[in-house]
Unconditional design. Structure first.
Lengths: 374, 351
């Protein structure tokens, strides 16, 4: 693993000689998965187009096994690098098998006739993407998910060492997204195929990739292991999220907290409060939340959505100070919502808070989201 | 899977056998019909014992002999060669524009070739009475390249297939207007030939025309056949073709040049003949249930030959002794196919 299999060296990419992004230096090993993420229009596709030689590099180099791609023979390169593009192709009267068989092009003779072995490879590629059953169907009549799988099978049938995919998960539902990424992972682990792709779902990117690259309008803003690159803050900065937030640990996205003076206090904990917080956010009702331990699942949602949260350190003790802070917020509210979390153990303060609310004449609503909204 | 592969092979064989059978049939039928009726046995004797008749060893009616050898045979051979060329040219343009209704006529390429031909004929008529064939073919080729450039310039930007058609028709009108203008101001004697073939006709065919057009068309057919593999890769789009190792730029230039040569040759020898380039490849796709170029190239050529021989037969016999121009017949059959193509696609494949 001394020399990288694939490398971008001080690359500048762009259209008509005008650089859009420059000083791109990245490297990828055999069997590695590298994902470009970033906002729309940041230039992810431009980088991929340059890598696949659809666009000339403005300066710098793209190296495959140390060889500059500019000088690579296109027939030799076709046996090493396969692509899955965003272009929506609509071939006429071609079956899924025919489309996947196009991947054998670099291996067939001058008339492109398939041998027994080519056929087996194509069928194997189709079954790898669970598309063997639709091999005889007309490609244009397939669903988006099926088409994308067949196009991936086409790339696999090309027996490449590197697959470049541009937004392979767009148009796919969540099940097909996961399926596609699983296939990519098995290609990289079992066959040592290097994978370079762009994804705009950061949650998926962080889960599938060995390396993520943040492409923002000013260039490559971060490059490394997903857990190093993606923090709540870096993602907000990458996408310029001013409202809404991203939770790196959960890979979840929350919308912006409702604005205004809160009139509601939610007593939550242990995940019970999450549906209540989200319902209040949808209804545009600002709220307080408490008392939550810092390792409570509720906090991941309450923190970005609530106007203020009474927090208690993880593995620490709930003290009088926390309880009086919560009581102060209940005083400021006109209603208290009981999310239904059990009032025992470390959460025994819940009963005290609800009693306090009743004693101060606050409306106490219990349980489900529908009751809360009424 | 294997079962399907076999089934398809059976279909392909059936299509090719029937196309060849139809070709033979249309040739025989075509030789046998005309305003002068000649007994079938006599025709066969004239064709297969030609040498003996010419040496005077065998008796034969001289005028019938001339009708067969100097009129019907060259005409039918020319229709076959040029028909094949036209539909192949259409197939190449459809590949290039990735548009099933592209063809030399609807893109205005035939009209452009005609315009250049008219310019050259009129310009040269002052010095030489008959323009050499090489010059007519070259002029037609330049004309097709010239109009193709316009189609590329405007049509390349438009992904919408109906817009390409509209632009092609406009180019075609402009070229026709220029041609008509030139003809109006030309001397009667210079333009007898021009007005005659501006409708599209095989009636003036001679063996020399057959020889020259075959010399141009058949090698081009071979080239196109050898391009089958990149054509199939190109069907998935430029990006995929490029990544499969196709030199896309060179390939596109080749497609344009080859289709230009084919349609120029047709225009030079028979004038603009409409809709064959769209209708025939489409019929072939339906018959083969496949668009694989390795099948489509030979099938389009043979089917185009059959189609034009048949249309020419209709043109000269149905309203006999009045002869229609073959373009009239091909339009009557081809235009409805184009309309049907556009309507049937609207629902199935939204842009």
């Amino acid at each position: 693993m001394d020399k990288p299999y694939f490398e971008l060296r001080d690359l500048a990419v762009g259209y008509n000689g005008k650089p859009l992004l420059s000083h791109i230096s990245l490297s990828l090993q055999r069997g590695g998965i590298m994902t470009l993420t970033g906002p729309n229009g940041s230039g992810k596709s431009t980088i991929l187009k340059t890598v696949t030689r659809r666009l000339p590099a403005i300066s710098g180099q793209v190296l495959l096994e140390g060889e500059d791609l500019r000088f690579a023979d296109s027939k030799v390169l076709a046996r090493k690098m396969a692509v899955v593009l965003t272009d929506r192709i609509r071939p006429e009267l071609l079956t899924a098998f025919d489309v996947a068989a196009a991947g054998r092009y670099p291996y067939t003779g001058s008339f492109g006739l398939l041998t027994r072995r080519d056929r087996d490879i194509v069928l194997d590629a189709l079954s790898r993407v669970n598309a063997a059953g639709i091999a005889d169907r007309d490609f244009s009549a397939l669903s988006d998910g099926q088409r994308q799988r067949v196009l991936l099978a086409r790339a696999i049938a090309q027996e490449p060492e590197l697959i470049v995919l541009d937004e392979p998960t767009s148009f796919l539902d969540i099940r097909h997204k996961i399926e596609l990424l699983e296939i990519l992972r098995s290609m990289s682990r079992e066959r040592g195929v290097a994978i370079l792709m762009s994804l705009h779902e950061i949650d998926l990117a962080s889960k599938i990739s060995d390396t993520v690259v943040c492409v923002s309008h000013d260039g490559i803003s971060a490059f490394g292991k997903p857990e190093e690159v993606f923090s709540d803050l870096s993602v907000r900065r990458l996408y310029g999220l001013e409202r809404g937030s991203y939770n790196a640990a959960l890979g979840s996205i929350e919308l912006a907290a409702p604005l205004g003076v809160p009139r509601v206090f939610v007593v939550g904990g242990g995940g019970y409060g999450i549906p209540v917080y989200r319902a209040l956010q949808k209804a545009g009702v600002p709220f307080y939340a408490g008392i939550l331990f810092e390792n409570d699942l509720d906090l991941a949602v309450a923190a970005p959505l609530a106007a203020s949260v009474v927090k208690c350190p993880a593995f620490g003790d709930l003290t009088e100070a926390h309880i009086s802070a919560a009581k102060a917020l209940i005083d400021a509210s006109s209603a208290v919502i009981d999310s239904g979390c059990p009032a025992r153990g470390t959460n025994s303060a819940k009963a005290e808070l609800l009693d306090y609310a009743r004693s101060r004449g606050k409306r106490v609503v219990a349980g489900g989201v529908s009751e809360v909204m009424s | 899977m294997n079962v399907n592969v076999k089934l398809n092979t059976a279909r392909y064989c059936a299509v090719f056998i029937s196309l060849f059978a139809l070709f033979v049939l249309s040739v025989i039928w075509s030789i046998n019909s005309g305003s002068v009726s000649i007994p079938v046995g006599e025709i066969w004797r004239m064709i297969f014992r030609k040498g003996a008749i010419e040496r005077g060893e065998l008796a034969a009616d001289a005028s019938a002999f001339n009708i067969i050898w100097k009129i019907r045979l060259p005409r039918l051979m020319l229709a076959a060669v040029l028909g094949g060329a036209l539909s192949l040219s259409g197939f190449l343009l459809q590949t290039f524009f990735r548009n099933p209704i592209a063809g030399p006529f609807v893109l205005g390429i035939s009209s452009g070739a005609k315009m250049f031909l008219a310019v050259v004929t009129i310009a040269l008529s002052a010095w030489i009475p008959t323009v050499p064939v090489a010059v007519t073919v070259a002029a037609a080729f330049l004309g097709s390249m010239f109009t193709m450039m316009f189609a590329l310039l405007f049509g390349g930007k438009l992904k919408n297939m109906s817009m390409l058609l509209v632009i092609g028709i406009m180019i075609s009108y402009i070229c026709s207007a220029v041609t008509d203008f030139l003809i109006n101001f030309a001397k009667e004697a210079d333009i007898v030939n021009l007005t005659h073939w501006s409708m599209g006709s095989f009636s003036a065919a001679s063996w020399r025309d057959v020889r020259i057009s075959a010399l141009i068309v058949l090698p081009t057919l071979l080239c196109v056949f050898l391009l089958s593999k990149p054509i199939s890769a190109y069907a998935l789009g430029e990006g995929y073709a490029l990544s499969l190792g196709v030199n896309v730029r060179r390939f596109r230039v080749l497609l344009i040049l080859l289709s230009g040569v084919l349609s120029a040759c047709v225009t030079a020898f028979a004038g603009p003949i409409s809709f064959v380039g769209i209708a025939v490849p489409h019929i072939c796709r339906i018959l083969l249930k496949s668009s694989k170029p390795i099948l489509m190239v030979p099938a389009s050529f043979v089917c185009g030959a059959v189609f034009c021989v048949f249309c020419d037969l209709v043109a000269r016999t149905v309203f006999s002794p009045t002869e229609l121009s073959v373009g009239t017949v091909t339009s009557a059959i081809g235009a409805p196919i184009v309309i049907w193509l556009m309507v049937s696609r609207r629902g199935g494949q939204a842009q």
